[in-house]
Structures are given as C-alpha cells and as structure tokens.
Write a protein that binds this ligand. Sequence first.
Ligand code: UD1
Length: 416
Amino acid sequence: MGRFIVDGGAHLKGEVKINGAKNAALAIIPATLLSKKPCVISNLPNISDVDLSFQILKTMGAKIEKQDEHSVMIDTSTVHKTEVPFELAMKMRASYYYLGALLARFKEANVAMPGGCNFGVRPINLHLKGFESLGANYEIDGGIIRLRTTNLTGAKIYFDVVSVGATINILLAATTADGVTIIENAAKEPHIVDLANFLNSIGANIIGAGTNIIKIKGVKELNSSDYTIIPDQIEAGSYMAMAAVTRGDVLIKDVTPKHLESIVNKMESIGLKIKKYDSSLHILSDGDLEKADVTSQAYPGFPTDMQPQITAVLTFAKGTSIVTEGIWDNRFQYVGELCRMGAAITVDGKVAVVEGGKILKAAPVEACDLRAGAALIVAALGAKGQTEIKNTRYIERGYEDIVGKLTALGASIKKV
Ligand code: UD1
C-alpha cells in the first residue's frame, strides 16, 4: 500500500497542465459500446479508474489500442459479453454506466452492484426507474443488476433528485431507443455535455445537454469519431487549493474557465488573486486567507467533489467558516484526519464548522477516498513538518502524476 511523504512549507510556483476529466472519460468509454465502429478518444487522463474501465471493456471482448500517451482507439465490434464482473464493478462507482450502454447495444446488461467512494447511501433507484420508463425490466440477483428489454422506447422521464449518474445512464440507453426521450430535471455538469457531444459526434440526436431538459431522438446506427475529452475541473480546483495554502504563484493550464466559475468565485472570496485567460488561470496567493461559507450543490453550484479540498484550505483562513455538504449524507469522514494535524473542525450531520487560522502540524494520516486524499495533500503542503499520507491508491484513482506535477511546482513530495 503506497504512502505519500510530503514536506510542508514550500511555496508552489510555476505551471501545471490539467488532464482530461475523469468523470467525462468514465462515461465516454462505456458509450463507445453504442457504436460498432472504432472511436478514437483523446485527452484521457492516465489514472487507475480509466484503466479499470478499459479492463471492463476488454473482459467483454473490446479491442483497445493506445495511440499516444492520452489517446486510445476503442473497437467494440468484437464485444460478445454483457456482464461486468463483481471484482471490477466493486472498484468503481462509474461501472454502472455499463448498465445503460450494454442495454442500448444488446438489450440486456448484467452489472454487479457498483462500489466506489463511500459517502453514505448511494442509491441507484433513479437509474432503474429511468430504464423501466424506457421499457426495460430488472432484477437484482446475487448482487448483480440484471436488465432486460425486448425493445427500448423513448419516454418522458422526470427525476425528483438531480442525479449525474442517472442522467448519463438514460442518455446512454435512450440514444438508440425508438422515438423521443425527454429527461426533465436533468443534471447539468460539464461532463454530461461532454458525453452528449461525444454521442452527437457519432451520430446521436441529443439537444439540451447542459440545461435541465434534455431531448434525445433515438437513432438506429452510430458511427465512429475522433473525440477529445474536456479538462478536469476538479483536478484544476485541487491545484488552486494547493496554491492557496502555500502562498503559491501558479499558472493552471489547459482548463475551461467557464466550468470553474463557482470554484474561482469562492477562491477569490477567500483572498486569492486570479487572472482568467482563454484556457488557463493564473493563481496568486500573497496575503492572508479569509473565512468563507461554502455549500456544495449540483452544477453550476460549488462541486461536492471540491468540498474536502476547500475545507482543508479554510483551516488556514482567518475566522470561522461554515461548510455545508449539499449532495451526500456522509462526506466529512476525512475531517478526523485534518484534526489529527491540528485543525479545529466540528461536524454536525452535513455541516462542518471550521475554526481557521490554526497552524497545522504534520502527522501520519490516511485517505479514506479520492477527494479526501486530495484534501490531505492540501493540508500537508501547508503544514509544518513531514506528513505521511496512507492509501495513495485512492488519490491515484483521479490525479495523473500528482507527484511529478507537484514536484515541478517546487513541492517536496514522494511516494514510498
Ligand atoms: C457523480 C460523480 C461524483 C460526484 C456526484 C455529485 C461520477 C463518476 N461521479 O456521482 O464524483 O460527487 O456526481 O456531483 O461522475 N441519488 C438518488 N438516487 C439515484 C441516484 C442518486 O437519490 O438513483 C442521489 C444521491 O444519493 C445524491 C444525489 O442524488 O444525494 C446526487 O448523486 P449523483 O449525482 O447521482 O452522483 P453520482 O452520479 O453517483
């Protein structure tokens, strides 16, 4: 089990290049199942979750050829299985996208109940309700979700909770269904738009992605395309948080600033000076950090996947900040580890009160999930002394070459 050893105190300075969006990649890779023609997908991040999704496709019979460091050619014409085995599905939440993709291609899907980060109960009732509306039925048998249909038919589907995963799964299933599907109260995250753009690039007919009503007119056949994934806004936001606590001066390159508005606004209110360019952001942290209240919400609100990192930043800010988790029931599990480093945070349900301005001191800590791990790196970079962070595998699920990127910015970090 890997550990990161981080010496706090270095000022981050220089440039960092942001990779493609994890959550877009994890939707677009299964989406290649919808076409029997090969697709080239570029700007894929080199992270373990992407490798896992390739493994899933390969066990089903797909051919995947690397084109360069961040591009692959995926040919799913040879896929002959409709099952995602338990040992792969349990490692990643996004394995449930194989439900929608397999259902669309083969009229059946058998996917073990997904695993992934544990933020409390993570139901999939909306996904299943959506599949039923399109004419599929399901049973859960021995931990495997089995979906069957004789024919998928377009329908009007209203979600009473905004769900990224359910919106994506219905986009996948409805793309080749007969007739028109309308998703109401759809999620609007940038990676939903990216998936819709990819599907349209291979011949789908989807309009409205990025708004709360998405209309999908089913098409019979899909084609090939050469598609480039959007930049990862959470990776970019994480480097902003790292610059914030290190009095950093960092140019964050290859981003879409529009996708980062809520994070940029919050970072500015905390005291960062941020210059916006077409595809980069210059972050300067040269004064005291100020308290802020943060509530995580669906896009375009402040992302829940940045909640742990901003909480870590606020431990360094003057005054008392309130952080409210608006999406998940149990996403403050990492707070105990920050307190081990001297942070003063109390949690009551979905609200954390952060008494800032403390000097954090190095301690042995343990990541309990991906973004919790990122928050511990933020804390360690700003802390005094040498912090040891256990469970690097969680962090490596979502951050390509984090050691190399931070080292290039002047941090002292190594993996042992
Ligand atoms: C995705 C992201 C995850 C992020 C989350 C919220 C991926 C692979 N993961 O997760 O990183 O934290 O969006 O931005 O893209 N819900 C239901 N029933 C359902 C589905 C969801 O009640 O069937 C609820 C959940 O309990 C949660 C809320 O809806 O409270 C949002 O969940 P959802 O948007 O579905 O998250 P994921 O797609 O799992």
